[in-house]
Design a protein around this ligand. Sequence first.
Ligand SMILES: [Zn+2]
Length: 214
Amino acid sequence: MDIIDIRLGTGLDHWSCKLSGDGSYSVSCLRKIVDVSQVYIPETSVILWCKVVPIKVTCFIWRAVQARIPTTVALDKRGIAVNSLLCCSCIGAVECSEHVLMNCPFATMIRNNILGWCGLSHVQDSLKNSYDLLQLAGTRWNFKKKKERLVAICYGLLWNLWRFKNKRLFQMEGTSPSYGIDCIKSMVFYWLKHRNKNSICNWEEWLISPFSDL
Ligand SMILES: [Zn+2]
């Protein structure tokens, strides 16, 4: 429609949502439209809702598993000038999301330690990508509290690996694996203690096993 064809009516301006019959907007109304439309959902799209995990972390992981985070490889593809495509940690491979979160030796070392702490050392070799890790977190245990903790730990692991990478790249500050592991354990402990109404074991017990009290 050309602007010349627009006729202004009388009365005050107001917004009207075309999704609902009465012109008001609601999330459920939008959800119905999404559900019936042919929206492409990638196979790797996985989201494990866990209320102790901050929403920004959940959203980050959802994008990361689909390689939709601003790594240097992704930025380069969009035409943004980057100094180097190589991982700033190992300088042994290009910095794509799977490398930062899973395949970098730094990430592998931290993940294996965290999995060992969770009593899951035996699954280390079966994890090929971040999707596998989230699948493990979502299906390993049926017991709700235990599952929630493992999901929070896996999200805390991936989120912190991204933070460490950014710290190294933008603040020239390296993180040692042992310090990184401590950061992940303390951040997830904080989430569980302060973002959850259920009680949790004390810090000393937590350091021995995250499932000490379950
Ligand atoms: Zn690397």
